[in-house]
Design a protein around this ligand. Structure first.
Ligand code: EPU
Length: 418
């Protein structure tokens, strides 16, 4: 079993190039199935969730070529409409293939994705919206069998909550529906807008109208396209947190500052200087000791992102002051807390609320990552801790972070995988 060994309390200084967005590339790869042609996608991060997505595409009949950070997918000959349980269960976001298969071949047989480390994660909103579009969905024996002989019919759908995955599934499903689909109360995350831009570059007709509404005019056919994925805003926040606990000075390249608009002020209030005046880059300079005395409520975009909660909490552990986190998106997203306590943090959790009293020092210990962003939090805490931190459970990091230890090593961290 591999581990990350971090010798902490070293100053980080230098440049890091931010990877392409995990949560953009996954739905865009699924949507490339609907293009039915060759799609060339740049800035694709080399992470294990992408590998699983590409395996699903290959299983369905797509031809895939992945070199450096460019992936070429050709889905001219889709030969299957089913995804094996083993592949479905490896990655919760594989549910996005439901809308893609319906749009591409008119039917889908997939196993239910099940819960995950963040909570039960139902897909009721996905199914309800797809049924409104006329999809026949049979559920049973842990699987979904869906078909739409004659095609989906555009309609008006209002989501009861701006779910990212449900919005993505419904967009992909309705690009080729008959007539017009209007989806209201959509998720407004940048990754949704990236998916819309990709599909439009493939010939879809999707328009953002007003606050939280998308209008989709169904088209008969899409075509291939060349597209570049947006940068990963959560990777950027992770490196900002790492800078904040190491008196760091990092220049992060390939960052869209508007995408982290709710997070930058948090670092500024903590005493960091965040310069965003040069195009697509951000420089963060941390004080000797951050000051953190505030409330953080995770919210749908443009609110504070749930995915940033864990790394920012790790930063708050080493700051002066008391902070209160309220996790409003997922029911079980504090698994990193127990591990942060092992490093000497002072955190109390009650339901959705976590109270962090900053401590003067953290001390290296053996800890285990339980989920992707929790893993990032442990890396941040390990970088700020005195002594040696050993982190296991690295498969979680590999799901979403490209070259994490190399990037950190190049800016002065003592970090290695053994
Ligand atoms: N929900 C339902 N019913 C549904 C759909 C969602 O109750 O039909 C609930 C979920 O259980 C959850 C909340 O709504 O409590 C939000 O879920 P959402 O559908 O918005 O999230 P998701 O699509 O499953 C994506 C990201 C997550 C990110 C969330 C929120 C991808 C692949 N995943 O998940 O990313 O936290 O949106 O922004 O895009 C991560 O990158 O670490 C990660 C977990």
């Amino acid at each position: 079993m591999s581990k990350l060994i971090i010798e902490g309390a070293r100053r980080l200084k230098g440049e890091i190039n931010i990877q392409g967005s995990k949560n953009s590339i996954l739905p865009i790869l699924a949507a490339s199935l609907v293009a039915g042609d060759e799609c060339v996608i740049h800035n694709c991060p080399r992470i294990s969730d992408v590998d699983i997505t590409l395996k699903i595409l290959e299983h369905l009949g797509s031809k895939v070529n992945f070199e450096k950070n460019t992936v070429i997918v050709n889905s001219e000959n889709i030969i299957k409409n089913n995804i094996p349980n083993l592949l479905m269960r490896k990655m919760r976001s594989s549910i996005i293939f439901l809308g893609a298969l319906i749009s591409a071949v008119g039917s889908a047989e997939i196993s239910l994705p099940g819960g995950c480390e963040l909570g039960p994660r139902p897909i009721d909103m996905h199914i309800e919206g797809l049924r409104q579009l006329g999809l026949r969905v049979d559920e049973g024996y842990g699987a979904l069998r869906c078909s739409n002989e004659g095609g989906l019919e555009g309609c008006n759908i209002t989501l009861s909550f701006p779910s990212v995955g449900a919005t993505e599934n419904l967009i992909i499903a309705s690009v080729k529906a008959h007539g017009t689909t209007v989806i209201s109360n959509i998720a407004k995350e940048p990754e949704i807008m990236d998916l819309v831009a990709f599909l439009n570059s493939c010939g879809a007709k999707i328009e953002c109208r007003g606050e939280g509404t998308l209008v989709i005019e169904g088209v008969q056919k899409l075509h291939g396209a060349e597209y570049t994925i947006i940068p990963d805003r959560i990777a950027a926040v992770t490196y900002m947190s790492a800078a904040a606990v190491t008196v760091g000075d990092l220049l992060l390249k390939n960052v869209i500052k508007e995408h982290i608009g709710a997070v930058i002020p948090v670092f500024e209030e903590a005493g960091c200087t965040v310069q965003t005046n040069s195009k697509n880059s951000l420089r963060i300079t941390a004080p000797t000791r951050p000051y953190f005395n505030r409330m953080i409520r995770t919210m749908p975009y443009p609110g504070f992102p749930t995915d940033a909660q864990a790394p920012v909490m790790a930063m708050s552990c080493l700051a002066d002051g008391t902070s209160v986190f309220v996790e409003n998106i997922f029911t079980n997203r504090y698994k990193h807390v127990g591990e942060l306590l092992r490093l000497g943090a002072d955190i109390k959790v009650e339901g959705r609320v976590a109270i962090v009293e900053g401590v003067k020092r953290l001390f290296g210990a053996e800890v285990t990552a339980m989920d992707l962003r929790g893993a990032a939090a442990l890396v941040v805490a390990g970088l700020g801790a005195e002594g040696i931190t050993k982190i296991s459970g690295l498969s979680h990091i590999d799901r979403g972070y490209e070259n994490l230890e190399n990037n950190l090593g190049l800016v002065g961290a003592s970090i290695k995988r053994v």
